[in-house]
Design a protein around this ligand. Structure first.
Ligand SMILES: Cc1ncc(COP(=O)(O)O)c(C=O)c1O
Length: 390
């Protein structure tokens, strides 16, 4: 045994592996398994966006760009957000990142130090909680609570959890996995509390366009906050434009922080690929028609899947207000969603994500991504019914 074992530092050893991956990696590519475990559409990116990348490559756009992204894309994204949220968002608040997850990492690196207390609202996509842990933060959880109308946030509980020694709050709305979406009147008290205590509010807004309520986007903190508030919004081209494989996202941050984000970007990825940014320009400039169509499609898929799940005896399936997932539970199955998800893969050929992957508040639930063709959803429902003996 060498005197110094060649292993990662303690925070990295302590990271949880993704339980979604634990289920999926064991069965990926198996023809007998219908996969609904990942959060992406089963349709490729639109032709116009793909063509823009091809044209950019043909034009030789294969070089580094500015750390913060192409000025034209920063400008276009700022104009898009200004239109969407009805409050001016200057391009000086924009940083283009190499994905939504990279946006979250850069935001965390800018705001969180080792030993800091960070509050995360769960159940939530595992990366949101693990990123501050990688940086050595102590992560406290506030869990959304299931109800017949969907999951809900206990606002008082969250405000109490924001103690004077809290450094940051990571809040994902619309939420992966539950579809919970913050209500307009819950925003101001959270923002006020963060202001009062100097807590950084890191809003994970990647599903803001995939919202089934009123308006063009889910309620956001951007229209409420002043540019100098400690608010960082992390966003992505992945979901609204079906661009998961392109790895492009952005941050909106106080102008006083953006120069430092550029420095952090230099030491993480240096910049996003130029031809991918060219494709994103087309995505943003093409306007909203594709997003509106996607949202209509997802709303119909949601209604279809939730009705199908609720028609199965013993299944509880709250209505998601946004994102692209249904969470549901089976009567009598209160714990160990990981074991249940593995049984469903092996005995029913149905690939779902275990709720335990999303933190304590997710245990007992299963997540089903409904960004899929109707016939695939029906086949999945048939497999679930057959598994349950119906
Ligand atoms: C809540 C949430 N945030 C961020 C992301 C990151 O998306 P990407 O890295 O593809 O931009 C995802 C992807 O599933 C997500 O579910």
């Amino acid at each position: 045994m060498p005197p110094h074992p060649a292993i990662a530092r303690s925070q990295v050893l302590a990271l949880r592996g993704s339980k979604i991956r634990e289920v999926a990696n064991a069965a990926m590519g198996r023809p007998d398994v219908l996969p609904f475990w990942f959060g992406e559409s089963d349709q490729p990116t639109s032709q116009a966006i793909r063509q823009a990348a091809i044209a950019a490559l043909e034009a030789g756009r294969t070089f580094y760009t500015h750390n913060l992204g192409q000025p034209a894309l920063r400008r276009a994204t700022a104009a898009y957000l200004t239109r969407l949220h009805g409050r001016p968002i200057g391009e000086g608040r924009l940083a283009i990142t190499n994905s939504g997850v990279s946006a979250l990492m850069i935001a965390a690196q800018a705001a969180v130090s080792p030993g800091d207390r960070v509050v995360v609202v769960d159940p939530v996509w595992p990366n949101v909680a693990e990123i501050p842990r990688i940086l050595g933060a102590e992560v406290a959880h506030v869990s959304l609570r299931p109800g017949p109308e969907g999951f809900g946030l206990d606002l008082d509980q969250l405000l109490e959890a924001l103690t004077p020694d809290t450094r940051a709050l990571f809040l994902n709305s619309p939420n992966n996995p539950t579809g919970w979406t913050i209500s307009p009147d819950q925003r101001q008290p959270i923002l006020e509390r963060c202001r009062e205590l100097g807590v950084w509010l890191v809003a994970d807004d990647v599903y803001e366009r995939l919202y089934f309520g009123e308006g063009a986007s889910a309620p956001s903190f951007l229209p409420l906050a002043d540019p100098d508030d400690r608010l960082i919004s992390a966003n992505s081209f992945s979901k609204a434009w079906r661009m998961t494989g392109w790895r492009l996202g952005w941050l909106v941050a106080p102008p006083t922080l953006v120069e430092r984000l550029g420095v952090l970007l230099e030491y993480n990825t240096s910049c996003a690929p130029d031809f991918v940014q060219a494709a994103a320009m087309t995505a943003i400039e093409a306007g909203d028609a594709d997003i509106v169509a996607l949202r209509t499609e997802l709303a119909a898929a949601r209604d279809h899947l939730i009705a199908g799940l609720r028609a199965i005896p013993g299944v509880t399936a709250p209505q998601p207000a946004g994102a692209m997932y249904a969470v549901f539970r089976l009567a009598g199955e209160t714990g160990d969603s990981l074991a249940l998800a593995k049984r469903l893969v092996n005995e029913a050929g149905l690939g779902l994500a275990p709720g335990a992957a999303f933190g304590e508040g997710g245990e007992g639930w299963l997540r089903w991504c409904f960004a899929a063709d109707r016939s695939r959803l029906d086949e999945g429902l048939a497999r679930l019914r057959a598994y349950l003996g119906g």
